[in-house]
Design a protein around this ligand. Structure first.
Ligand code: NDP
Ligand code: PYC
Length: 339
């Protein structure tokens, strides 16, 4: 792949291989290393920078702290015609999803809908990689995951909720799946960290300082302050729903329930994740994928230029053509992490 003095360009396979070696050297099993490396490399490829290689340091410090088990073997339970449960065994959520995926799809195709409830899991990544592949197989998928206390519920005085993202994916005839993936906080915690590193201010309305006063200073949010939900009471209600579905329904921790203070360096939230998969072929009538293509046509007809997911798909296409751009200094730091 072409490179310049400041920027290297890696193929997805090259970046994934490098990350896999890093994870392996820092205590994960080969299977976990492969799943996390692929997830992280795909996020970087699509320009999901808050959950790409930026996250490697956090993964490694969590592993080193003993907070998360990089060797965990998820336990999959087939509990009902439309319900699969997984105990991630204090490991990462993505290997738990991978372990249950085939059973989940089989159930969604036979029952029309199936639920995957993952508990005792750590999710430190973007959520779209968990749902997009279902839509590529013609299924509709919705997933929620809760994180760590850093968001003040609307109308409250102190933080309680996590940044609690919701991701949705649906097939579309003749085009990429329709996918959105959004934190229910006004901004993802990862983007606050990135802004703090760059010395940039945030837009108004995203967070408060340690005294509960509105602030645009990311360091004030990170050092004792907190984030706000997006859209006031509406985002707050969605965040509450995520806590209920991802934690109460799965048997995982609420974002406020775990205590990582005895594990300095721990950064991965120990919570739960819910995935709902629907087979739209069961609905009868016109093909769902044709209907979603029609909806997109009509949205464009009224002037819409950007669908959720479009920026990622464009970035993905560029990365596939020219390689995934990485600052050479960052690539050098990653290479130093290979043990
Ligand atoms: P953004 O606000 O950047 O984007 C949210 C969604 O809106 C995306 O689907 C995006 O599409 C779309 N979008 C953005 N701008 C526009 C626009 N102008 N017009 C149409 N669509 C638009 O994401 P967040 O900051 O909320 O979240 C970032 C990431 O952080 C997510 O991947 C999320 O899963 C992750 N996260 C993970 C957590 C965890 O616990 N694991 C916790 C919180 C967040 P596109 O992608 O194409 O830009
Ligand atoms: O960016 O808010 C976030 C986040 C929390 C956990 C993983 N990412």
């Amino acid at each position: 792949m072409p490179s310049s003095p400041d920027t290297a360009h890696l193929s997805l396979a090259e970046l994934s291989h490098l990350l896999q070696r890093i994870f392996l050297g820092h205590g994960t099993s080969p299977a976990v290393a492969q799943v996390l490396a692929d997830n992280c490399a795909r996020a970087e490829r699509d320009g999901s920078h808050s959950h790409g290689v930026f996250r490697i340091a956090g993964y490694l410090s969590s592993l080193a702290s003993g907070w998360v088990d990089g060797q965990a073997l998820p336990v999959v339970e087939d509990v009902a015609s439309g319900f699969v449960r997984v105990d991630a065994a204090n490991g990462f959520a993505q290997p738990a999803l991978a372990a249950a995926r085939a059973l989940l799809v089989e159930k969604a195709r036979s029952a029309g809908i199936a639920v995957l409830a993952i508990r005792n899991s750590h999710h430190f990544a973007a959520l779209w990689p968990d749902v997009e592949p279902f839509a590529e197989e013609g299924l509709v998928a919705l997933s929620v995951v809760n994180s760590m206390t850093c968001v003040v519920p609307h109308g409250a005085q102190r933080p309680l909720f996590g940044t609690n993202p919701i991701a949705f994916a649906a097939p579309r005839e003749g085009g990429d799946p329709i996918v959105f993936d959004l934190a229910t906080s006004a901004i993802a915690h990862g983007d606050v960290q990135i802004a703090a590193r760059k010395g940039e201010l945030l837009a108004p309305g995203m967070g408060v300082d340690s005294l509960g006063q509105p602030t645009c200073e990311p360091k004030a949010i990170l050092n004792g302050g907190a984030l706000l939900p997006f859209g006031g009471h509406k985002g707050s209600a969605l965040s509450m729903m995520v806590e209920l579905l991802a934690a109460a329904l799965t048997g995982g921790n609420f974002s406020f329930e775990f205590d990582w203070s005895q594990h300095p360096g721990a950064q991965t939230p120990w919570t739960g994740q819910l995935v709902i998969v629907i087979d739209p072929s069961k609905s009868g009538g016109n093909s769902f994928a044709q209907r979603s293509a029609e909806l997109v046509r009509q949205m464009h007809a009224v002037g819409l230029e950007r669908l959720p997911g479009d920026r990622r798909y464009r970035t993905r296409a560029k990365s596939l053509a020219a390689g995934i751009p990485l600052p050479t200094a960052e690539l050098a730091k990653l290479r130093e992490l290979v043990i």
